[in-house]
Design a protein around this ligand. Structure first.
Ligand code: FES
Length: 169
């Protein structure tokens, strides 16, 4: 088959240039949207760091982003998810109780889905499937005035969900 002049010389043809330009623009737009979503889903801590008490903001700020049964907020730096269920707020450690992988929220499945051995958890951290031996572990939540504090240095195991685990708001 005869080669075009562009192929012979190794120079992009106009069509190839446009195709690459299209994919580059698409990749850039995807990266920008992804970056915006990460900022949205990874709220910043107001004070503190993992291993101690962290201030995640005021009740108004948090509840404004997290209505009941919304996708849990991921506080990446403090290593927990904040879930708002009918009984109140739960702060759940991101570490899988099976073998310790980081458990991400799966947006398509609307549940936590551990990538290592497919343990599944709902918004309460209850095990829905897979080898996990117990629900996601909890961190204590305390509301001081209008500010929400989570103690990331005190991680509690549980055998089942109980409404008393949630902090009412
Ligand atoms: S570490 Fe999560 S299922 Fe095994």
């Amino acid at each position: 088959m005869a080669e075009t002049k562009a192929q012979e010389t190794g120079i992009f043809s106009r069509r190839e240039f446009l195709r690459w330009g299209f994919w580059a623009a698409t990749a850039l737009a995807t990266a920008e949207i992804g970056g915006a979503m990460l900022v949205f889903f990874w709220p910043k801590l107001k004070a503190g760091a993992f291993g101690g008490e962290v201030n995640i903001g005021t009740l108004d700020e948090i509840l404004g982003q997290l209505p009941v049964n919304a996708v849990p907020l991921y506080f990446r730096d403090a290593r927990f998810y904040l879930s708002h269920i009918e009984d109140g707020l739960l702060a759940m450690y991101r570490k899988c109780p099976h073998l310790g992988c980081v458990v991400p929220w799966n947006f398509e499945e609307d549940q936590f889905h551990c990538p290592c051995h497919s343990s599944l958890y709902n918004r309460k951290g209850e095990v829905l499937g897979g080898p996990a031996p117990r629900p996601l572990d909890l961190m204590a939540i305390e509301i001081r005035g209008s500010e929400i504090w989570v103690n990331t240095g005190e991680i509690t195991q549980r055998s089942a969900y109980d409404p008393s685990q949630a902090t009412s708001v």
